[in-house]
Design a protein around this ligand. Structure first.
Ligand code: ATP
Length: 332
């Protein structure tokens, strides 16, 4: 197991600085998810931990030791990519065993390790099959098993589920959470998908343009966003934001914090609007409601309204957020 620390880490490609003097701590044994929009620097951070593409300046520490001069293979980390990096001509067993053979691990120990690891990831019955005969999820498990045989103290995962269909992705998310519990190893997982981040992380690190916007457990990230960026990145649909028309202060409320009714309510937040779109998703319906030139998204658990209908919106005062001109949340 290992903690990871960045101390004043800067990364530049040619002359363009992608990460500037970043300080960061990832706790030993945590499931930390780096999330943020495309190009914000997630993969760059992961590659610096792995040592594949080292920092321009500053230090990266693994388990308290500065690894700046330590080669990737000696850092005790294993990386799992979106493209599985498994050999198509080898069987599942040979794929998993490959790294061990290179490290001159004896046959008996190899067999024992391959068997126990393939049992952990649910591959025991597929050991003699070729990767081409496996499903996407099974192939992803082969890639995981290949990383696991190295017994790394840190797993680095770069969008490992993005090639899978939605159903399989959901299943693999649960499997990864279980795997993390079983192994107790530090997981650092990169995704641009906030649903993945929310469902798997014990800590989310939200990045934008190489800068950490917030670091928090998922529920805090959702309930107490630091700023407008965090408020609008986390949550589907994102938080509604409006302008108060005074000194650049903005307000926000989540689509699920709104109640709709056909009649005006008795609170002064009940404002008249018009349903302009309706999206029925099964257990919930998303409405777009237009009022006075603005439109807001509303998430309801019941499907009671239709497009063109006049409705009244109510938002509980305690569920309204305020943001200052700098975008930071004004806390109550
Ligand atoms: P995505 O979600 O799209 O994978 P990301 O957050 O992982 O994005 P990075 O791959 O870390 O983003 O890239 C961060 C920035 O660094 C981008 O602007 C990218 O263009 C730039 N970058 C990455 N690698 C290189 C490189 N080898 N040379 C020049 N610029 C690079």
């Amino acid at each position: 197991m290992a903690s990871i620390e960045f101390v004043k880490v800067t990364k530049a490609f040619d002359k363009s600085i992608i990460i500037n003097e970043l300080d960061l701590k990832i706790a030993d044994g945590s499931f930390t998810v780096l999330v943020g929009p495309s190009g914000c620097g997630k993969t760059t951070l992961l590659r610096m931990i792995a040592g594949i593409d080292p920092q321009t300046s500053g230090s990266v520490l693994i388990d308290g030791k500065d690894v700046t001069d330590v080669a990737p293979g000696q850092r005790g980390v294993a990386m799992v990519f979106q493209n599985y990096a498994i050999y198509p001509t080898m069987s599942v067993r040979e794929n998993i065993e490959f790294g061990l053979k290179n490290n001159k691990v004896g046959k008996a120990e190899r067999t024992q390790l391959v068997e126990s690891i393939s049992a952990t990831v649910g591959l025991s019955e597929y050991l003699d099959r070729k990767p081409s005969t496996l499903s996407g999820g099974q192939r992803q498990r082969v890639a995981l098993a290949r990383a696991m045989v190295k017994k790394p103290s840190v797993f680095l995962m770069d969008e490992p589920l993005s090639n899978l269909d939605a159903k399989l992705r959901g299943q693999m998310r649960i499997e990864l959470i279980e795997l993390h519990k079983k192994l107790g190893t530090t997981f650092v997982y990169v995704t641009h998908d906030q649903v993945e981040a929310m469902s798997m992380a014990d800590t989310i690190i939200l990045l934008n343009q190489g800068v950490i916007q917030q670091e928090a457990p998922p529920d805090r990230m959702y309930r107490q966003p630091n700023n407008l960026f965090a408020a609008q990145f986390i949550g589907v649909p994102p938080m509604n934001v409006g302008d108060l028309g005074m000194d650049g202060v903005r307000f926000g409320f989540r689509p699920e914090s709104v109640t709709l009714s056909e009649e005006p309510g008795d609170t002064h937040y009940a404002i008249r609007g018009l349903i302009v779109t309706r999206e029925m998703l099964g257990s919930e319906t998303i409405y777009q409601v237009r009022l006075e030139g603005h439109s807001f998204m509303v998430k309801c658990t019941e499907d009671l309204f239709s497009v063109g209908q006049q409705v009244y919106l109510g938002v509980e005062a305690s569920k309204i957020y305020f943001f200052g001109p700098d975008g930071n949340r004004i806390s109550e």
